[in-house]
Design a protein around this ligand. Structure first.
Ligand code: PLP
Length: 420
């Protein structure tokens, strides 16, 4: 992604901005229109049959529309994949992925530091007979020791939400290659602007489009991208009917037919449009978010009211060097902070005036959430301890506000707590 060498390929933002126009949109519109039609008609019955039998085209909107297709093409460019699919939410994308590529009796290895609802989804997968082992993704050797003969897939996030542990993405990629495991990377926290999982051998990349890529907290969406690196001819769970054409397309076809058409977690055209517009400014927003988060984390790390700050950009973060190398010297939006014993974290949060008390991450606005009492409440104290969620942990998702306003807000909240 360096711009120094003039290449034939346009850069990240140029590609996304001009993606629709290059596909010759109706009337010269610069955006792909919002196609609300639920079905697509053909004047030739043979053509209609051909599309149902696999020829590219549209049939019923549950399997996609020209609007979601245009977004998928952009995501595919961002992740440098062979094909991408969009879904109604990030969780719909993950559900489609796990339930269509794994079967009862298969073993899934997953990072123990993951998004709370992904962890909760694993309970459902276990009820369906899929075996799951949670492992420490920062240590590829420990992960290697957990591989079994029936292990099929390894799942990890890049920078974990909310603890900010950084997986050994290179080491895990080598492990998956050696053992022929499907390597799934949830790239939500880094986004393709900071990191392309394909570079470390990922087979499938998931993005919660609701977060950085959409970026404005006005639409939910998720995506899966096949990087083309995994040899699906060596994978036993692809149904014969989907083994048509180049093998790089088999898995994504199975996910589309079984996970999207049959399960129905389809992205609406309206949401696809909002996400596509948001994606145009991904690089601009995320660079500002990264510099704001670095400044706020530095401020917090020096403040006497703070006991612990986890931010991969701070040199005392256990995986700082790894993060610096993998993500081009940027560390994204998540800060996990614990206050000193004398300050009640809920009281502190009540004093914030700029940061919003809300769940969600990757918005343009700074969001603050007490993690144990909210998104991690249902899983109970034991699992929280395993995932490193302390009772006083505050998750911050830093936005694009003016940096001085943000730091002043946290400074005044500490002062208000001390005065009380
Ligand atoms: C939010 C999130 C998801 C789920 O995405 P939704 O669109 O909210 O369903 C998955 N993984 C990570 C890391 C997330 O932050």
């Amino acid at each position: 992604m360096t711009e120094s060498k003039k290449s034939a390929q346009p850069g990240f933002t140029t590609t996304i901005l001009h993606g629709d126009r290059k596909l010759s949109v109706e009337h010269g519109a610069v955006h792909k229109p919002i196609h609300t039609s639920t079905q697509y008609a053909y004047s030739d019955a043979r053509e209609l049959a051909a599309v149902f039998q696999g020829k590219p085209g549209y049939t019923y909107a549950r399997q996609g529309t020209p609007t979601s297709d245009a977004l998928e093409k952009k995501i595919n460019k961002m992740e440098d994949g062979v094909a991408s699919l969009s879904f109604a939410t990030g969780m719909a994308a993950l559900t489609a992925l796990f339930t269509t590529l794994l079967r009862a009796g298969d073993h899934l290895l997953s990072s123990q530091f993951i998004f709370g609802n992904t962890n909760s989804l694993f309970g459902t997968l276990e009820m369906l007979g899929i075996e799951i082992t949670l492992v420490d993704p920062t240590d590829a050797q420990a992960v290697a020791a957990a591989i079994r003969p029936n292990t099929k897939m390894l799942f990890t996030e890049t920078i974990a939400n909310p603890g900010t542990q950084v997986a050994d993405l290179v080491g895990l990629g080598q492990l998956c290659q050696k053992h022929q495991l499907v390597y799934v990377v949830d790239n939500t926290v880094t986004s393709p602007w900071l990191f392309r999982p394909k570079a470390v051998g990922a087979s499938i990349v998931m993005n919660a489009l609701s977060k950085h890529i959409g970026g404005h907290a006005n639409a939910l969406g998720g995506s899966l991208t096949d990087t083309g690196l995994f040899d699906w001819t060596a994978y036993s769970n692809i149904l014969d009917i989907y083994k048509k054409g180049p093998a790089t397309g088999w898995a994504i076809t199975q996910i589309k037919k079984k996970g999207l058409r049959d399960m129905g977690g389809t992205l609406s055209a309206d949401a696809a449009h909002r996400i596509a517009v948001g994606a145009e400014t991904l690089a601009l927003r995320l660079d500002k978010i990264c510099s704001n988060a670095m400044a706020l984390a530095t401020f917090l790390s020096k403040h006497p009211g703070v006991q612990r700050v986890a931010y991969p950009g701070l040199t005392n973060h256990p995986q700082h060097a790894r993060a610096a190398q993998l993500f081009g010297g940027k560390f994204s939006m998540l800060i996990a902070v614990e206050l000193v014993a004398g300050i009640d974290c809920l009281e502190f949060l009540n004093h914030l005036q700029v940061a919003i008390l809300a769940t969600h991450v990757g918005d343009t606005r700074t969001l603050a959430l007490p993690a144990a009492q909210t998104i991690y409440y249902e899983m109970g104290p034991d699992l929280r301890a395993k995932m490193g969620i302390a009772d006083g942990l505050i998750r911050l998702s830093v936005g694009i506000e003016d940096q001085d306003d943000l730091i002043a807000d946290f400074a005044q909240a500490f002062a208000a707590c001390r005065a009380a």
